[in-house]
Ligand binder design. Structure first.
Ligand code: DQA
Length: 143
């Protein structure tokens, strides 16, 4: 059994209330339940964390170096801006899945660039919250 850390970035605490036509009606609590179920079905444990603060996400990635075998991350808007998040993830040894609920490539141009994709093991976008489950399956298969 391994621990898989699932991280969510800014504004994802508003899932279900925020732009439901883009992100759907499921809440972050629904995402957490999905992730916990998927991890336990695969014989693993989930560590789940959301923050609106870049440094808290970086600290969580640093902590995962000691506690977790894999990371699934939806970095939210930090995807498109944060070299610091990329550097923190680069220092993590296990597989990493980058997840986006929406299809970022079908949206504004500024969402097409990801600082994370180049160091991710897998990138899943446009599958709704099911993408978190696909991300967990993908990293678990590499453990
Ligand atoms: C998102 C896509 C990002 O562009 C956006 O800033 C988000 C959510 C997604 O899950 O589709 O906050 O990561």
């Amino acid at each position: 059994m391994a621990t898989i850390t699932i991280l969510n970035g800014p504004n994802l605490n508003l899932l279900g209330k925020r732009e439901p036509e883009i992100y759907g009606h499921a809440t972050l609590a629904d995402v957490e339940a999905l992730c916990r179920d998927k991890c336990s079905a695969l014989g693993h444990e989930a560590a789940f964390f959301q923050s609106n603060a870049e440094h808290e996400l970086i600290d969580a990635i640093h902590a995962a170096r000691e506690t977790s075998a894999a990371i699934v991350i939806n970095p939210g808007a930090f995807t498109h801006t944060s070299i610091a998040l990329r550097d923190a993830l680069s220092a993590f040894d296990g597989p990493i899945a980058e997840v986006h609920i929406s299809n970022v490539h079908a949206r504004e141009e500024f969402r097409h660039k990801s600082y994370i994709s180049g160091i991710a093991t897998a990138v899943i976008c446009g599958a709704g919250i099911a993408g978190y489950g696909f991300g967990i399956e993908t990293v678990a298969a590499k453990l």
